[in-house]
Design a protein around this ligand. Structure first.
Ligand code: ATP
Length: 491
């Protein structure tokens, strides 16, 4: 495995503890010691995640007049997964170390070795290794993958030995049974991607919505994969959420739409606040069974550049196969060219949890402030105001003289428009710090002057600068800053 930079490693550890300490992410069923690669979102995490999902949803269905949404069930007819290729092909190559009894993804062991070579300045060797791996996987040569692991002297990080089993394919779908009587029960799967719920509804939506090609169908929902190696917190989970859009087009136009969606999606990630030079495209070395072009948008996490979204040109693979397996035509009559065809598809598929993690890593800021004896560390979340779990905190500077009543009035008015907090406990400084830690962009302090001239101070999270504004203009001002419009303007 590639060695991680110790400073970046510590940074990620700090982010993970911050996420737990301030109510963003908890291990699932923690009182029973948790469940590997399954996580729960806490009181602040759920707000941040909902905001990310809402911005995505509105970007797709509100800013594009030819994209509509669906919400399909998690359970689907089992033949769906035959048609999609998941029953036969949705697997990862795994290998066990006989000494430590630990299981690894064979491709990830080799990729780790390549990262190590690259870090040591041997880029050409690293590239050659990645290419060799892609060739072997393409040819389904599992023996060759095992030999590569042995020849490259890759050892198990736990036992330190290269006493490996052969490489086997492991299907990632979770299965369960539907039906109340065991003998009659049918094997069904928890969906490993949301895309198929869109494909099977293609004609329903096209006909009932009178949609004309090109058009898209968007969906946000849970997906499940029995990942062999779960690592890096919420980056690789067994239960996660996808934000997917399938864009149906005329065959032959796919590269044009592929390029368009690539650029549009990259812009979106920048618009929600991810640092531009921490984002990049990564073309797939090995194309999935359904794709004729594929690229990942990667974000530079503290543990390296990793995929947060995939853009795939899926051809007519899915609709074509559903037509074959269901024996129901999945065609569209194109008036413009007077022809029937099975549409081609360009897909944008983002993980809500991975975007969440990228946003959290990007926002987490440790700064040293003050001089000499007063020097201390300040930690805050530099979240885009439109994504922040709490938009503003209303804080009377003391708990008497009518200040709480005045502050409550402001709070009652603001809460009709946005998520706000009212707090009167502890010193104002401590209350500011608490809001910084969860990324609240604005703190509104109510003081004695407020009683006289109906003004308050607004403290800005990132700069800690304060400004005095009239209560009358307060709402407008904050509403403008926290509006999704701020994001839409940049897309
Ligand atoms: P990876 O190569 O990291 O396993 P993938 O290429 O299999 O990902 P896709 O099938 O393209 O992923 O899924 C689309 C998106 O769903 C990914 O970009 C990612 O954001 C998200 N995703 C996929 N698997 C997981 C997972 N196990 N946990 C969290 N998010 C995931």
């Amino acid at each position: 495995m590639a060695k991680e930079n110790p400073t970046e490693n510590n940074l990620f550890k700090n982010i993970v503890s911050h996420a737990k300490e301030y109510g963003f992410v908890f291990p699932s069923s923690e009182i029973y010691d948790g469940l590997q690669a399954v996580y729960d979102y806490g009181q602040n995490g759920v707000e941040l995640k909902n905001n990310i999902k809402n911005v995505w949803w509105k970007t797709m269905t509100q800013l594009n007049d030819n994209v509509v949404g669906v919400d399909a069930a998690i359970f689907m007819h089992p033949t769906t997964w035959k048609a999609s290729g998941h029953v036969d092909g949705f697997s990862d190559p795994m290998i066990d170390n006989k000494d430590s009894k630990k299981r690894y993804r064979a491709d990830q062991l080799i990729e780790g070795k390549a990262e190590e070579l690259e870090a040591a300045g041997k880029k050409a060797e690293a590239d050659a290794l990645v290419k060799k791996l892609a060739r072997l996987l393409e040819a389904d040569d599992l023996k060759g993958v095992q030999e590569l692991i042995i020849n490259e002297k890759i050892v198990c990080p736990i036992s330190g030995t290269s006493n490996w089993t052969e490489v086997r394919q492991f299907n990632l779908m979770f299965s369960t049974q539907i039906g109340s009587v065991a003998e009659e029960a049918d094997l069904i799967y928890l969906r490993p991607e949301t895309a198929q719920g869109i494909f099977v509804n293609f004609l329903n939506v096209q006909k009932t919505g009178r949609m004309k090609i090109p058009f898209g169908i968007a969906q946000i929902g849970k997906a499940f994969r029995n990942e062999i190696v779960a690592r890096q917190f919420t980056f690789r989970m067994r239960e996660f959420e996808q934000m997917e859009m399938q864009f149906f087009i005329r065959p032959g136009t796919e590269m044009e739409w592929y390029e368009k969606w690539k650029e549009t999606r990259l812009k979106w990630h920048k618009a929600i606040g991810l640092t531009a030079d921490k984002l990049k495209f990564h073309d797939h070395e090995k194309l999935a069974h359904y794709a004729n072009a594929a690229v990942d948008i990667e974000y530079q996490f503290p543990f390296g550049f990793k995929e947060i979204e995939g853009i795939h040109s899926r051809t007519d693979f899915d609709l074509g196969n559903h037509e074959k397996f269901s024996k129901k035509k999945q065609q569209y009559f194109d008036n413009d060219i007077n022809k029937n065809y099975v549409p081609y598809v360009v897909e944008t598929s983002a993980g809500a949890d991975r975007v969440f993690l990228a946003v959290l890593c990007n926002a987490y800021t440790e700064e040293t402030v003050g001089e000499g004896e007063d020097k201390k560390q300040r930690v805050y979340l530099k979240l885009h105001p439109a994504l922040a779990p709490v938009k503003a905190a209303v804080l009377p500077i003391i708990k008497k003289d009518g200040l709480p009543e005045k502050a409550r009035k402001i709070y009652d008015d603001l809460k009709l428009d946005m998520r706000v907090i009212y707090e009167e406990k502890d010193t104002i400084g401590k209350r500011y710090t608490r809001q910084d830690l969860i990324g609240t962009p604005f703190c509104i302090a109510v003081d004695h002057q407020s009683l006289e001239d109906d003004t308050v101070t607004i403290r800005h999270r990132d700069t800690t600068q304060q400004e005095r504004v009239s209560i009358a203009e307060l709402k407008q001002k904050i509403r403008r800053e926290v509006s999704y419009k701020r994001i839409f303007e940049k897309i």
